[in-house]
Design a protein around this ligand. Structure first.
Ligand SMILES: Nc1ncnc2c1ncn2[C@@H]1O[C@H](COP(=O)(O)OP(=O)(O)OP(=O)(O)O)[C@@H](O)[C@H]1O
Ligand SMILES: Nc1nc2c(ncn2[C@@H]2O[C@H](COP(=O)(O)O)[C@@H](O)[C@H]2O)c(=O)[nH]1
Length: 220
């Protein structure tokens, strides 16, 4: 993203280095819901569409929600080095295609990731300075289970399996930059949006500022 700043006598471009915004949570805490709302509010934020070996849920669209691939194809993608990160989550494989992320960042957009703690650790190793990580917690375990059931997308066994993994997932909360308890969805979306706004304004993400300030000091 480029912002043009200046006054009469010449404009100096202040570019912004793209950032990678990660949302993680135990299954059902609300990160997909928050992501969709945020994407509709933030035109220069683009979702990284993961590849997965998980079967498609009712209502999911290939290429929009996920790239649905079989385990053989997923392995080929691993061997060809096509993933920025990948992990096994709840008995299926999930991975972030590298090329798409590079293209999004290359055109000056920020990237939104809905990935688990394993993927977040891998991204942090590869690009810590560009990463902003947010962990979403449910208001209670009971509410988490209710949300998974009310979503009505997974079998009772899958819901039980995901609930059994929730405590493990949540043990990684302290590895994240920000924590949001998702009680009220409007408030949670506003909070993630506030984080994004503040992170975009960080000094180190604004390229060309030194020149811009020099111009100001020189009276431009
Ligand atoms: N603040 C909220 N209050 C009530 N219901 C919510 C809230 N946030 C999300 N939900 C609902 O909870 C269910 C699970 O949300 P969502 O699918 O966004 O979770 P998720 O964290 O993306 O789960 P997964 O990791 O399994 O993809 C959905 O039916 C959603 O509408
Ligand atoms: N490490 C990664 N985790 C991912 C990726 N895409 C999704 N996920 C996480 O998997 C679980 C389950 O997702 P669901 O859609 O089956 O409910 C959830 O925690 C996601 O955040 C990925 O590319 N890498």
């Amino acid at each position: 993203m480029t912002e043009t700043a200046g006054s009469e006598g010449g404009f100096i471009e202040v570019h912004r280095r793209g950032l990678m915004l990660v949302l993680s949570s135990p299954s059902g805490a609300g990160k997909t819901t928050i992501s969709r709302r945020l994407l509709s509010l933030e035109p220069s934020l683009t979702l990284s569409v993961s590849a997965t070996t998980r079967p498609k849920r009712r209502g999911e669209v290939a290429g929009v929600d996920y790239h649905f691939v079989d385990p053989t194809e997923f392995n080929l993608m691993i061997n060809r080095g096509e993933f920025l990160e990948y992990a096994k989550v709840f008995d299926n494989y999930y991975g972030t295609p590298r090329k798409a992320v590079e293209e999004i960042l290359g055109r000056g957009s920020d990237v939104l990731f809905d990935i688990d703690w394993q993927g977040t650790q891998q991204l942090a190793q590869a690009a810590r300075d560009d990463l902003v990580s947010v962990f979403i917690l449910p208001p209670s375990t009971r509410e988490l289970e209710q949300r998974l059931r009310a979503r009505a997308q997974d079998s009772a066994e899958v819901v039980a399996h995901r609930m059994s993994k929730a405590a493990d997932e949540m043990s990684h909360w302290a590895e994240y930059d920000y924590i949001i308890i998702n009680e009220n969805i409007d408030l949670s979306v506003a909070r993630v949006q506030a984080i994004l706004t503040a992170e975009r304004l960080k000094r180190q993400r604004q390229i060309g500022l030194a020149q811009f300030v020099k111009g100001l000091r020189d009276g431009q």
